[in-house]
Design a protein. Structure first.
Length: 228
C-alpha cells in the first residue's frame, strides 16, 4: 500500500472511529476543506475517503450540499436487520461446512475480548466485537461472498446501534454468542438457527427509533486528537 493510500486509510479509520464512538453524530456535515485542514491532507484525498465511506453507508453524499454522516431511517434499520436474518439464520440452519477447531478458537478469543469490554463498560468495543463475532461466524461457516455482504450489513448495523440503542441497554448479548458456539460444536444446527433468529430479534427490540441525536458542529474539537 502506497503512502497516499495509507494516509487515506488512516483518515477513513479516524472518521469511522469518531462515528462509532458517538463523537460524530448522524447527520453531521463533513466539509472537505475543514477535514483537509484537520488531517493535514488535501481535498482530493478527503474526497476519495468520503467516497469510500459512502460505499459502506457510513457517509451520505448529497449533490450540491456535500457529505454528511449517514442518518439511517428506522425503515433502513429494519431492512438491514431483515437482511441479516435472511443470511445468518439460513446459514446456521444449512452451513457450507462444519465449524473447525481453529474456527471455534477464533470465536472464543473474540468472546474473551467481549467479556473484557463488558467488564470495562466499553460500549463501543462491545459493538465492534459483537460485529466481529458475527462476521467470523459467517467466514467460518459460509464463503467469501457471504462474508463480504454481511460485513457491509454489520458495519451499517454498528451505525444503527450507535444511533438508536436505548440508554442503559446492550443490544447484542454475548451470552447468546456462547450458546451459539456450544450448539454449533454439538452440530445442533436447527437450534443454533433458532437462537440466531431470537438473537437478532433481541437486537431490534433494544432500538429506540424515536431518538433524535444532536448533530456535531465543531469538527476540529472532535477530530483533532485523531489525526496523529
Amino acid at each position: 500500500m502506497g503512502s497516499s493510500a495509507k494516509e487515506e486509510a488512516r483518515i477513513a479509520d479516524a472518521l469511522c472511529k469518531a462515528v462509532l464512538e458517538r463523537k460524530l453524530a448522524p447527520g453531521s456535515k463533513l466539509p472537505e476543506e475543514e477535514l483537509a485542514q484537520i488531517f493535514r491532507s488535501n481535498r482530493a484525498k478527503i474526497r476519495r475517503v468520503l467516497l469510500l465511506l459512502s460505499r459502506s453507508h457510513i457517509v451520505t453524499l448529497e449533490p450540491g450540499r456535500g457529505a454528511f454522516v449517514s442518518r439511517p431511517s428506522p425503515q433502513e434499520a429494519r431492512d438491514v436487520l431483515a437482511s441479516r436474518r435472511l443470511i445468518e439464520v439460513s446459514l446456521l440452519a444449512h452451513p457450507y461446512r462444519k465449524l473447525s477447531a481453529q474456527g471455534a478458537e477464533r470465536l472464543r478469543r473474540i468472546m474473551m475480548q467481549e467479556a473484557q469490554a463488558h467488564a470495562a463498560h466499553d460500549a463501543i468495543a462491545m459493538i465492534y466485537l459483537s460485529g466481529q463475532f458475527h462476521l467470523t461466524l459467517i467466514e467460518e461457516l459460509g464463503n467469501k461472498v457471504l462474508k463480504s455482504i454481511t460485513g457491509e450489513l454489520i458495519l451499517r448495523m454498528s451505525l444503527i446501534i450507535t444511533m438508536y440503542e436505548r440508554q442503559n441497554t446492550t443490544c447484542c448479548l454475548s451470552s447468546d454468542h456462547h450458546d451459539l458456539l456450544e450448539l454449533l460444536l454439538a452440530h445442533d444446527y436447527v437450534e443454533a438457527s433458532a437462537l440466531m433468529a431470537r438473537h437478532l430479534e433481541g437486537i431490534e427490540s433494544c432500538l429506540d427509533f424515536h431518538r433524535e441525536p444532536a448533530t456535531t458542529t465543531i469538527l476540529s474539537q472532535i477530530l483533532q486528537p485523531l489525526k496523529d
